[in-house]
Design a protein around this ligand. Structure first.
Ligand code: ASP
Ligand code: MG
Length: 414
């Protein structure tokens, strides 16, 4: 008998009919001879609706994170109860459990808490009674007994953590797409669903803006070696397995193309080149809770250098204000910003051992006259910042260049 964790996202439980459909699916899994734990999100749009209510009272409800968590966690309370009712009305025994009832223990970092530990006992005894256990995603409890939430999209992490805590055989994440694609199918007709992808590639893709899985859930899965099967809640088709690297994967040099239009670029011009300046600039920005992504500093000429970096678009205006102040403080000449940029990236574990991947990427962009403004690389990723208007073009060109429409075995390059 296998232990299966199945997670259903907001769209999959967005209506009563869909909840009944989920009940049907998990019952089928149980009747195949498995023990089943289901983790659910709030009904689609519900968390946003709750957040909106709070904003009508306080324009920055984040300042009262404890109460915000109490509010936001309520969406999942609705879906676990409805799903448990649906399962019982279809003839199987169920038991709904909130985060604190499980208990899913977290740190005290409200609205982005980290899971520390999962108590097995209560879930295990409900399973032993032959019940389908329905767990509220996205929420936990801290050492004070206060409710916490895990950050937007956190139900993915709840599911993987429960799977790790109870040593499940597999963690199915049912969602509104049928797997992980080589790139966004909305931008590129020839995007192809991947059968498998490694944890590391998935982490890069998720951090680059592919929103199918919360990044923390992938980190968790990697740490505990839990395979995640991302699949559609509306069909029975196999999805994508996110798992450890294997030999088949090594054949793929590039696995996917990702893009992110949510960053803006800032350049400080004529920055004095002396020890401590970068520290001063980036601690001023980090001090406001702004997360900097790419950073480039030029070699200096006559003691002055240029410093370019990217920040989330939402933080652009605030960042510009900070940077203008900094210019005066440190005696830099000026600062300019550009919000109309996109970051376009190729990701693949095979890059570690193959030369010429970067040059091919740059050549492909050059052939289309796409100018590269910034470049950054990691072991398994190359990112370029380009003008936003070329995003779609660049995605298609790179997808073609690395023949991602074909399976790794069928690609003709190297
Ligand atoms: N309901 C939460 C959200 O909308 C958690 C989740 O769906 O994973 O972010
Ligand atoms: Mg999600």
């Amino acid at each position: 008998m296998a232990l299966v964790v199945q997670k259903f996202g907001g769209t999959s439980v967005g209506t009563v009919e869909r909840i009944q459909n989920v009940a049907h699916r998990v019952i089928a899994t149980k009747r195949q001879g498995n023990q089943v734990i289901v983790v659910v999100s709030a009904m689609s749009g519900d968390t946003d609706r709750l957040l909106n209510l709070a904003r009508q009272i306080d324009d920055r409800p984040e300042r009262n994170e404890r109460e915000l968590d109490v509010l936001l966690a309520s969406g999942e309370q609705v879906t676990i109860a409805l799903l448990a009712l649906a399962i019982e009305s279809q003839g199987e025994k169920a038991r709904s459990l909130l985060g604190h009832q499980v208990a899913i223990r977290t740190d005290r970092d409200h609205t982005r808490a980290r899971i520390l530990e999962i108590d097995k006992q209560r879930v295990q005894s409900a399973l032993d009674e032959g019940r389908i256990v329905v767990v509220a995603g996205f929420q936990g409890v801290d050492e004070e007994g206060d409710l916490t939430t895990l950050g937007r999209g956190g139900s993915d992490t709840s599911a993987v953590a429960v799977a790790a805590g109870l040593r499940a055989d597999v963690c199915d994440i049912f969602t509104d797409v049928d797997g992980i694609y080589t790139t966004d199918p909305n931008l590129c007709r020839t995007a192809r669903k991947l059968d498998r992808i490694s944890y590391d590639e998935m982490l890069e893709l998720a951090s680059l803006g592919a929103k199918v899985l919360q990044i923390r859930s992938v980190e968790f899965a990697k740490k505990y070696g839990i395979p995640i099967h991302v699949r559609s809640s509306f069909s029975d088709a196999e999805g994508t397995l996110v798992c450890r690297e294997d030999e088949a994967m090594e054949k793929a040099i590039v696995s996917g193309v990702a893009y992110n239009k949510n960053e803006a670029k800032i350049t400080m011009i004529g920055v004095p080149d002396r020890p401590g300046i970068a520290a001063q600039v980036f601690s001023a920005i980090a001090g406001k809770g702004i997360v900097v992504d790419m950073i480039i500093q030029n070699v200096s000429e006559e003691g002055l250098t240029d410093l370019t970096f990217t920040v989330p678009k939402d933080d652009f205006q605030r960042s510009m204000a900070i940077v203008h102040n900094l210019c005066t403080e440190i005696g830099a000449k000026d600062a300019v910003g550009d919000e109309r940029i996109a970051k376009i990236s190729i990701v693949g574990i095979g890059m570690r051992t193959h030369a010429r991947v970067a040059s091919r990427m740059f050549e492909a962009l050059a052939r289309e006259n796409v100018n590269i403004m910034m470049i950054s690389t990691s072991e398994i990723k190359i990112s370029c910042v380009i003008a936003e208007k070329y995003t779609e073009l660049a995605v298609r060109v790179l997808h073609d260049e690395f023949q991602l429409d074909r399976s790794a075995e069928e690609r003709e390059y190297i």
